[in-house]
Design a protein around this ligand. Structure first.
Ligand code: 0RA
Length: 646
């Protein structure tokens, strides 16, 4: 066969194939065989994706302007129901497949079919894979559609229809209700976290002003949370900045459109140093940015420079503000809505549509200049902040040059305090950051020197939340940490140079220890977030007590465990000696190894960045200048704070 013939045969085969039911089963079978490819994982995180997908479909209907209320209910049996008051998924018989449209949407992978001349356009969620993936991974699913005067219902199991489409009765209303329970032969047993789902749903509500979203937890006394934000993304930036000192009290809000593409931006500066710009395309958080973000950034830099020149804030001979200058302390939401988003990159977290760059750039340029003309006081405050950033950056550059000359952050100049390990493969190496010289000494003696390195830290490290780059780089303990890691920080961070794939924070089980741990977490979160994202940061769990009776001795890691042991293993309590360990220094080298460092017996908590914005807010709260909210947080979380995941 010629190449041409092979191609035409392939096309013909695939056309026949896709028309058959076998293809349908194979499609969903693929989802069940490799669920990770569609939803990332089969653990609770993957389960959460199932809920987001269903919610997202309802949100799509809201984005189209057809729906203004959505509710998401977690039932006592851990099944989930999502209700919307949109147009209802079409239910009529599809002329090609002979199936009703609802069934097609829920049982065919990539059902991009057309219904009644309209494209069924899944624009968000799992980037188009749609409800059929959730159906494939559900022990059961039930769809109820109110449309065309009737209530329709169909049920499914593991992606296949269980019943025909039935008519339950008449109705004046329209909308879609989807209930499902995950298939636990593939997925983990669901145990939904109200807070996590609620946070996601809140984001959706922020991104669609005027949309009301309820989340109800029937497992918890019908606990209910309702989100409705009249201000939309303006409220979102206020929320993100709620624990910060803001520069412009009123967020700058601008919107504009070109063709079917709508751009919305909200901007509010705070007196911090981080750029916290979140970008979305059709309510999907584009964690890796993309064309909308690029367009926004270049417009922001240009508008601020133009304004500064015009207002003579920048004089002749002054250099332009850089992108970094105008993004210091920036909190912004960039949200675009478009009809055919292309999500790119490995995790599909990047918007690829080329035309969106120019559209966003032009909308932001025009409307933001106008906004600044109308709000000159805010413009002035923001520019002062940017100029300060520019000066600090210049000072930092000078400091860095000096530092590099005097004592570079190079491994060859590793501080004498670091006790290195002999193993060279970073994948099997561990670095313990240990509070205090005395515990550091025990750790050095007790460790396995083949793969465990010890870096004792003296006293409290700098609170990076309140310091600029120059101060951070001048701080000895932090420089030592950066040098030991070998990765650099901020934009210089290079994960491939990391010398230890496990970095373990080992601090005392007391208030000072918790404080030092928080300071370290803040540093890593702010300056080496990739270290956390890539799963390299851990927290050691030293024991709180030892219980001893005669020859029997046990290490105890929590109060609950202590009570349980005293009531079981050590019941009777004759000559029982309970000893509280407040500091690592109270243990000798062997004890420290056995309880906290030996991989065979220790427990390490992995630090996860589940919700970056929440982490950001908590860091601001714990490390920032406002005292009352910090006090409140610490009082309410005092018990759980040892397990604080930032
Ligand atoms: C395409 C066309 C129409 C409705 C929908 C999609 C739709 C999908 C979902 C998913 C969850 N809730 C939904 N609500 C509606 C209807 C087109 C028409 O009736 O004109």
């Amino acid at each position: 066969m010629t190449e041409e013939e092979i191609r035409s045969k392939k096309e013909k085969d695939s056309a026949e194939y896709s028309a058959s039911d076998i293809q349908v089963l194979e499609g969903l079978e693929a989802v069940r065989k490799r669920p990770g490819m569609y939803i990332g994982s089969t653990d609770q995180r993957g389960l959460d994706h199932l809920v987001y997908e269903i919610v997202h479909n309802a949100v799509d209907e809201a984005m189209g302007g057809f729906c203004d209320e959505i509710s998401c209910t977690i039932h006592t049996d851990n099944s989930v129901t999502v209700v919307d008051n949109g147009r209802g998924i079409p239910c009529e018989i599809h002329p090609k497949t002979g199936k009703n449209a609802l069934e097609t949407v829920l049982t065919v992978l990539h059902a991009g079919a057309k219904f009644g001349g309209k494209t069924y356009q899944v624009s968000g969620g799992l980037h188009g894979v749609g409800s059929s993936v959730v159906n494939a991974l559900s022990e059961w699913m039930m769809a109820t559609v109110k449309k065309d005067g009737k209530i329709h219902r169909q049920t499914y199991s593991r992606g296949a229809p269980k019943t025909d489409l039935e008519i339950l009765g008449d109705t004046e209303e329209t909308g879609t209700t989807i209930s499902f329970y995950p298939d636990t032969t593939i997925m983990a047993e669901p145990d939904w976290n109200f807070g996590i789902i609620s946070g996601r749903v809140r984001e959706m509500a922020y991104l669609n002003k005027g949309l009301t979203i309820h989340i109800i937890d029937e497992r918890d006394n019908n606990r209910k949370q309702t989100y409705y934000f009249e201000g939309g993304i303006t409220g979102y930036v206020r929320h993100l900045n709620r624990h910060k000192n803001v520069v412009n009290r009123l967020p700058a809000y601008i919107t504009g459109s070109q063709g079917t593409t709508v751009v919305e931006v909200a901007i509010q500066y705070n007196d911090g140093f981080m750029d916290n710009t979140l970008s979305f395309a059709n309510c999907v958080n584009t964690v890796d940015g993309g064309t909308h973000l690029t367009g926004f950034r270049s417009a922001l830099t240009r508008v601020l420079n133009d304004y500064a020149r015009k207002a003579k804030i920048l004089k002749e001979g002054d250099a332009n503000l850089t992108g970094d200058d105008v993004r210091e302390g920036l909190t912004a939401i960039v949200s675009v809505k478009l009809s055919e988003p292309q999500f790119e990159g490995q995790t599909k977290g990047k918007l690829g549509n080329i035309e969106v760059k120019a559209i966003t750039e032009s909308v932001v340029s025009d409307k933001l200049s106008l906004y600044f003309e109308e709000h000159p006081e805010d413009a002035k405050k923001i520019l002062d902040k940017c100029l300060m950033a520019a000066r600090a950056r210049e000072a930092a550059r000078k400091a860095r040059d000096l530092v590099i000359k005097k004592n570079s952050l190079d491994v060859s100049t590793l501080p004498g305090k670091l006790a290195g390990c002999s193993e060279k493969d970073p994948a099997s190496c561990e670095l313990f950051l240990v509070e205090g010289d005395s515990a550091g000494g025990s750790a050095k003696q007790g460790r396995n020197r083949r793969f465990q390195a010890i870096l004792p830290l003296r006293g409290k490290i700098l609170n990076v939340e309140k310091a600029g780059a120059d101060k951070i780089l001048a701080h000895q303990e932090i420089r030592t940490i950066i040098t030991a890691l070998n990765t650099g920080i901020d934009e210089d961070y290079d994960d491939s140079r990391l010398r230890y794939h496990r970095v373990v924070l080992m601090t005392d089980a007391d208030v000072d220890g918790a404080h030092i741990r928080t300071l370290l977490l803040t540093f890593f979160f702010r300056h080496t977030p990739k270290l956390i994202e890539n799963g390299h940061l851990f927290i050691a769990q030293p024991p709180l007590y030892s219980i001893k009776s005669g020859k029997k001795e046990m290490w105890i890691y929590s109060d609950e465990e202590k009570d349980a042991m005293l009531a079981s293993e050590f019941k009777g309590l004759r000559n029982v000696e309970v000893r509280r360990y407040k500091g690592l220094g109270e243990m000798n080298a062997e004890q420290l190894w056995a309880t906290t460092m030996n991989p065979a017996t220790r427990t390490l908590l992995k630090v996860e960045l589940d919700d970056v914005n929440e982490a950001d807010s908590i860091c601001s709260l714990l490390m920032g200048e406002e005292v009352p909210p910090r006090k409140l947080f610490i009082q309410t979380h005092a018990k759980s704070v040892t397990n604080l995941d930032i």
